[in-house]
Write a protein that binds this ligand. Structure first.
Ligand SMILES: Cc1cc2nc3c(=O)[nH]c(=O)nc-3n(C[C@H](O)[C@H](O)[C@H](O)COP(=O)(O)O)c2cc1C
Length: 348
């Protein structure tokens, strides 16, 4: 089931799991928010809600369930994101989420890739609010976990305000209280997933208006958010924010989240301290046969914008893939970045 590798003292010292808050979340990202990235993110912030990569119901039911749901208890609070649209399968997977210890189960209604569209997964479901509602109801009946939905503000051909409201009302009626809204439409024909994160314009005001219209629902805003100043601005209109790419490329940003948004101390003062705290986890992963490159690729941005950050990145990129590469690669890379005396937490 879950990994048994020991959490570092900085994590173990918290005897009580922080209660789940969606005030600040890191987005689900395929290949990026793996268990290894999430472990780092959790070291940097105790209160940020983390999401897994999307796992399809088909993969969970017919594939290696343990492997797909594997995580370290140190990662909590943690939400499992599902891709699917068959109510029975979604219910089954929501139960699995609970059995495996996740804190929330989330349904993906935002992914625009062709591959998932063909299976009625992701953003194409924005055109089928009844089907989403049916799936959400089945999940809510199957688990006591919160069932949440992450979606777009529309898709091509179905991008009016009224259609968005119809979607939210139907899904809320089925038992979903929390909506994570990527504030742009997805264009299902003609744009790649990457372009669909960049080209359709962001309409934050639509998300703010959802909160105004449905004050009893929890509305989390997502899309293009990079700085704490922006986060504060969004929190004036919504219940929470979700950051994706910025939290991945500049993970040290997360070290400022607990003090800035939760009134709690920062777990570490420098990224050096944080990385040193991660070494026992990396060692135990290597011991169970994980290839260093699978872990170290998520560390590349840790010293983003800091003196020596490029050398750190380069050293890991050039050495982590070599046969037999081990912890010494990380230690050597770390030695290339000068440790500052004061906290350089980047909040700008
Ligand atoms: C590499 C990558 C993979 C992604 N995978 C998923 C996914 O599995 N599920 C999902 O709901 N969104 C996925 N997204 C979209 C993000 O969750 C988020 O909605 C999007 O990146 C916009 O937020 P941002 O501007 O803060 O990055 C992915 C984004 C990226 C960059």
């Amino acid at each position: 089931m879950t990994s048994t590798s020991p959490a570092p003292a900085s994590i173990r010292s918290y005897t009580v799991k922080p209660s789940l808050s969606r005030r600040f979340c890191v987005a689900p990202m395929m290949d990026w928010t793996t268990s290894h990235y999430r472990y780092l993110a959790r070291l940097l912030s105790r209160h940020t809600l983390l999401y897994t990569e999307m796992v399809t119901t088909g993969a969970l039911i017919h594939g290696d369930t343990d492997r797909f749901l594997r995580h370290d208890p140190a990662e909590y609070p943690l939400a499992l994101q599902l891709g699917g649209s068959d109510a029975g399968e979604l219910a089954h997977c929501a139960k699995l989420a609970e059995q495996f210890g996740f804190d929330e189960v989330n349904l993906n209604v935002g992914c625009p890739s062709d591959r998932v569209q063909n299976n009625m997964i992701g953003a194409c479901l924005m055109a089928h609010p009844d089907r989403v509602a049916e799936g959400v109801r089945a999940m809510a009946d199957a688990t006591s976990l919160p069932v949440t939905v992450k979606h777009r503000i529309g898709i091509d051909g179905r991008d009016s305000w009224d259609q968005l409201c119809e979607f939210v009302e139907k899904v809320a009626g089925a038992g979903c209280r929390t909506f994570i809204v990527h504030a742009r439409i997805a264009i299902l024909e003609g744009l790649s997933p990457k372009e669909n994160r960049e080209i359709p314009p962001l309409k934050y005001d639509w998300v703010y208006q959802l909160k105004q219209r449905y004050p009893h629902l929890e509305i989390i805003i997502n899309g293009g958010i990079k700085t704490f100043a922006e986060v504060h601005q969004h929190l004036a209109h919504t219940d929470g924010v979700m950051l994706g790419r910025e939290a991945y490329h500049n993970p040290w940003l997360l070290a400022g989240v607990d003090p800035e948004f939760f009134g709690a101390p920062a777990p570490f003062h420098t990224p050096h301290e944080a990385l040193r705290a991660m070494l026992p986890f990396i060692r135990s992963e290597l011991e169970r046969g994980v290839y260093l490159g699978h872990i170290s690729r998520h560390l590349l941005g840790l010293f983003h914008g800091m003196p020596g950050g490029r050398q750190f990145r380069r050293y890991i990129s050039e050495n982590a893939h070599k046969a037999g590469a081990g912890l010494e690669v990380i230690e050597e890379a770390l030695a290339r970045v000068r440790e500052p005396e004061a906290s350089p937490i980047v909040t700008a």
